[in-house]
Design a protein around this ligand. Structure first.
Ligand code: HEC
Length: 125
């Protein structure tokens, strides 16, 4: 029975394909749960890891939840607050519930003590 030798390999391939399909679906399932820590990853590039900015963009870690939520929702208004450069475009991609979840998430992170809060405007750039 030579052909039977191929069965383990075929079964292994099937398991592998099944695993890949499961892995590919996992991030989508997370996003549906509106897990704020997943949403927050989109903010780290500019506001620093965990919202603690090392650069000129303002830190958002440890700020009052209501302040963050109010600012985030204001970015969605038309026209957005004066001086807004990018957050109006970013904020529009999120529901108000998402923005509130993000505000709660970042306000719950301890602000970095060493780094002073950077200002976006008027920092001599
Ligand atoms: C491409 C860079 C970039 C990304 C990504 C980004 N931000 Fe911002 N953020 C800025 C800049 C720049 C400002 C200053 C306002 C402006 O110019 O739009 C700002 C301002 C803010 C403010 C107001 C801070 C204050 O004190 O006035 C909050 C809150 C904020 N961002 C939250 C977020 C959240 C939450 C995310 C992720 C969903 C995010 N940002 C993603 C660049 C970014």
């Amino acid at each position: 029975m030579k052909t039977n030798r191929n069965f383990p390999a075929a079964r292994a391939l099937g398991v592998l394909i099944g695993s890949i399909a499961t892995l590919a679906c996992a991030p989508a399932a997370h996003a549906q749960q509106r897990d704020a820590s997943v949403l927050a990853g989109a903010c780290f590039n500019c506001h620093g890891t965990d919202g603690r900015s090392p650069g000129s963009i303002v830190s958002i870690a440890g700020r009052p939840e209501l302040e963050l939520a109010t600012k985030l929702k204001a970015f969605k208004s038309e026209p957005p607050p004066a001086g807004t450069t990018i957050m109006n475009r970013i904020a529009r991609g999120y529901s108000d519930a998402d923005l509130e979840a993000l505000a709660a998430y970042f306000s719950g992170i301890k602000a970095a003590s060493a780094a002073p809060r950077a200002k976006v405007k008027g920092d001599g750039k």
